[in-house]
Design a protein around this ligand. Sequence first.
Ligand code: AHG
Ligand code: MN
Ligand code: MN
Length: 358
Amino acid sequence: MPLSKKRTLTQYLIEQRRRFPQASGELNALVLDVSIACKAIARQVALGALAEAPAGGDVNVQGEEQKPLDIISNLMLIKQTEWSGHLAGMASEEMEKPYQIPAEYTRGKYLLVFDPLDGSSNLDVNVSVGSIFSILRAPPDVVDSGRDVTEADFLQPGAQQVAAGYALYGPTTMFVLTVGNGVVGFTLDPNIGEFKLTHPAMQVPADTREFAINSSNSRFWEPPVKRYVDECLAGQTGPRGKDFNMRWIASMVAEAHRILTRGGVFLYPRDTKDLAKPGRLRLLYEANPIGFVMEQAGGRASTGRQPVLGVKPSSLHQRIGLVFGSKNEVERIERYHHEPQEDEKNTPLFAARSLFRD
Ligand code: AHG
Ligand code: MN
Ligand code: MN
């Protein structure tokens, strides 16, 4: 079998680093370790029901059932990265508190935050799942003192991410990465066990005719979301004047990948289903990394009201409304959120404000 000329992830990272001679190479090393953990997770996921079922069935801090693979993936990411001296600490969907780098290892300057397995409810039905990661700088006093990390150290807006990406375990395993200058995608070559650069400049088309939302929640949606979806469903004869297609995989990471590949818009908006949970997805390890990838690919990511990357997090496992994908659709949805609702138009406040008058 001829060896393909496509560059490996390692080669790509080395070439990128040559453009920044002052860079220490630590970020590259960290990204490589994350990618190795993802390869290990991919193998484990691919075993499916052949794997001997280890302990699991616990409930995580989110109040959600933990699958054995959630726990294994979490451990694989920890073990593959904690030893390296590049990390000051970690945080994960599957751990209530930040993870401290054990005393036997050197502590470093980055924080790693991850959803070790996104879409894990799809595992039993053999549908694509993935891992999502975000890399932040540790605050200077953490780096200087080498002290334990606290929850507060992680509460940085997504705009401060140094790198982010995901691995997708589908018909092929892919690794998609941004370090803040575009988005690149690698496909795992199973013959040599290496990620090869197959998608050198991923771009989300600005327009789309495809949306993704769990419409079983429609009775809980806020009016701007209802309006947006109604208009899509009305198709050619409605105000949009075109027909829309719909998809729902229930693995956000797989939806993100589809949107990066052919455009589309994804909504898991804030709703009234459970007022204690403003949205389904988590800000630090789902919304922010996917938001960074989207924006770097020319798409947009929003809470519906503001760019998601601008949100100052208030807690490690904070949930948030999330809308991302093709720029013009996301902007439209934001516009709908900012326009006064029909019922507001009749309030005295609305009538008194010339800005809102028809
Ligand atoms: P996780 O498996 O990490 O808990 O995340 C699952 C998320 C996300 O991937 C997906 O978009 C959403 O949950 C699915 O929600 P529904 O169950 O409402 O379809
Ligand atoms: Mn998830
Ligand atoms: Mn998960």
